[in-house]
Ligand binder design. Structure first.
Ligand code: CA
Length: 342
């Protein structure tokens, strides 16, 4: 049921691109004739046309979201593994925008691992944050000369770019975190500019790290520290609400999303359990939390598009709710997704 529903979605949904001055249309993932839209479905038009996954013209992964001037900007990784390849084939990142969380416009590919001269492919999870009218895109890539993964940062004057390498070198390299024997512990950056102006970066695989960032956002300010988190795998996302800091992350494998809370961004962190269960047909996951026009949303990926799976993932959005004491309720993943924001 869900499968055929998604095949229907993939066939009929078109993402509109703003590629420079011209608009182009994405190719559907699976060839199919455009079906006639039913007029009185209990689902309603919106859910048939839209719903999860939200991007249907290509495989998207590792979401991050940013609200700027009442528009949501969604940044994702990009799975390009051919159907029979069971590996992460990821060269670039993608940027979409929406004002209702249902209609998404894609911008011409704004950033690629090739844009970092010191990097060697491996465009893994990322996040964009805004500070003083500039947009900083923190990314995980493979380093060309220092063995292992690394974190870089690109900068732009607009949320949709064009972005360029802000340093000409990696912000974090594998040798800066010698705490464990791993060549991929420096991935999945997430950044928060706190209300007092201090900025912090969190990241990690198998071990969770954090450090302060300088006001220029492109240099570390002080030592790298580790955070003990139960079952920590990767995929950190730092957020703040009503005086609580939330550190969400991928836990175990296959990955669920767990989270911890703290009144201080430097901890100690209180483990609060599972935020989202294993998402269908994807062994990994990566959370993003979005507050937009009075509601909270949880963004993640699954493998639900036709041909999808752990190496061909797709970004989804569902509602996120909080208990009165600030804890987050376990997310209910749906195929219908969220209602259009008015
Ligand atoms: Ca390391």
């Amino acid at each position: 049921m869900v499968k055929s529903f998604l095949a229907l979605l993939a066939g009929i949904c078109i993402c509109s691109y703003a590629s420079g001055q011209k608009e182009i249309r994405s190719e559907p993932l699976k060839e199919s004739q455009n079906p006639t839209l039913p007029t009185d479905s209990a689902w309603g038009h919106q859910h048939l046309l839209y719903g999860n996954p939200i991007i249907k013209g290509k495989y998207t992964t590792d979401p991050a979201a940013l609200v700027y001037q009442d528009t949501v900007f969604l940044y994702t990784g990009h799975d390009e593994a051919p159907p029979n390849v069971q590996d992460y084939i990821m060269h670039d990142w993608l940027c979409f925008s929406s004002t209702d969380l249902v209609h998404w416009k894609e911008y011409a590919t704004p950033l690629s691992a090739e844009n970092f001269s010191w990097a060697k492919d491996g465009a893994w999870a990322s996040q964009v944050v805004e500070r003083d009218g500039k947009f900083y895109w923190y990314v995980a890539v493979k380093h060309r000369t220092i063995e292992g993964s690394a974190i870089g940062v690109a900068v732009a004057d607009k949320p949709m770019g064009p972005f360029h390498d802000a340093r000409g070198s990696a912000l974090i390299t594998n040798d800066m975190t010698p705490f464990i024997q791993s060549d991929k512990d420096d991935i999945d950056p997430t950044v928060l500019v706190d209300d007092d102006g201090r900025a912090y970066i969190f990241w990690g695989n198998a071990r969770c790290y954090y450090a302060r960032l300088k006001e220029n956002m492109i240099e570390l300010d002080g030592p790298i520290r580790t955070i003990p988190l139960p079952g920590f795998s990767e995929g950190t996302w730092i957020s703040k609400r009503n005086g609580w800091y939330y550190l969400s992350y991928a836990c175990g494998y296959p990955e669920k999303i767990a989270y911890a809370m703290s009144k201080n961004i430097q901890g100690p962190w209180i483990f609060r359990g599972i935020l989202n269960e294993i998402a269908g047909n994807s062994a990994t996951n990566s959370p993003a939390i979005l507050n937009y026009k009075g509601k909270s949303y949880f963004i993640y990926h699954n493998g639900a598009l036709p041909g999808g799976g752990s190496y061909r993932r797709s970004v989804c959005i569902d509602y996120l709710y909080y208990y009165p004491d600030g804890r987050m309720k376990t997310v209910v993943m749906t195929s219908s997704g969220v209602d259009p924001v008015k």
